[in-house]
Write a protein that binds this ligand. Structure first.
Ligand code: F6R
Length: 239
């Protein structure tokens, strides 16, 4: 595991976008696994800009999103389909036909894992982390070999996600997520975390024993993980 601690969110986003752009340049037909949320937002923005600055092309990549809320249509501004379109896809030359979301495979989510496999597997998976240590929407207690499925969101996650919704009652309580097994099958993983509210989860994930109580701790057993943190999220790591 390689760990970078950057000064702040901006530097974290620069570092992540550079690593991802270099990867795409070397592997122009790669398959990416994508996270949504506030953490990767600037990374996606910078990647979009790189298209112009250093001619990174996304034309031949395929993408599989980690998760999507149940019950929100793709054109709902709170959906992850919408987020990706607005924050990443529309800023690149990606072929929208090559972008996939687990809810599009309802109700047979096994097909999402099969589709990933048929595409050659995920070469580079981008992850954020929940304040409770979740990855994707694999909440504490999720099985390490789990596959894509519908899950109930924890109270903690519903509370964290409420900041994106006008009314509390509109915050989805269910989602479809890649499983931890699906995530761990990715050949390379980049985990991003920013802000003091992630420092406990980051500490538990990186420094404590691997446990289903902190789903992200399983990443300790993956052979190719890059962790990019800002100082705030790394405040509990010493030395
Ligand atoms: C989103 C996802 C989640 C988020 C996590 C952190 O696709 O899979 O695991 O990465 O909830 O969200 P932010 O970045 O908004 O703090």
């Amino acid at each position: 595991m390689q760990i970078y601690i950057e000064k702040d969110y901006n530097d974290l986003s620069k570092k992540a976008s550079k690593i991802i752009a270099d990867f795409i340049k070397k592997n122009p037909k790669c398959v990416l696994g994508l996270a949504t949320g506030s953490t990767p937002q600037k990374t996606y923005d910078l990647l979009g800009k790189m298209r112009k600055i250093n001619k990174t092309s996304f034309k031949n990549i395929k993408t599989f999103n980690l998760d999507e809320y149940s019950g929100l249509s793709a054109n709902n501004p709170q959906s992850y389909h919408f987020f990706m379109k607005q924050n990443f896809f529309d800023k690149t030359d990606i072929d929208i036909k090559n972008t996939f979301f687990p809810t599009d495979f309802a109700p047979d989510y096994k097909k999402y894992d099969e589709k990933i496999k048929k595409s050659g597997g995920i070469n580079l998976q981008i992850l954020g982390i929940g304040s409770n240590g979740h990855i994707g929407f694999n909440e504490p207690g999720s099985k390490f070999f789990s596959k894509t499925r519908q899950v109930k969101l924890s109270k903690n996650t519903i509370k964290d996600n409420a900041r994106f919704f006008k009314n509390k009652k509109d915050v989805p309580t269910k989602a479809v997520t890649m499983g931890i097994g699906t995530i761990m099958s990715a050949k390379k993983i980049i985990l991003l975390a920013s802000g003091k509210n992630k420092s406990k989860a980051v500490f538990n994930a990186l420094c404590k024993k691997v446990s289903t109580k902190t789903p992200a701790s399983i990443l300790q057993s993956h052979k190719d993980v890059i962790v990019i943190l800002d100082k705030d999220s790394a405040e509990n790591l010493s030395g």
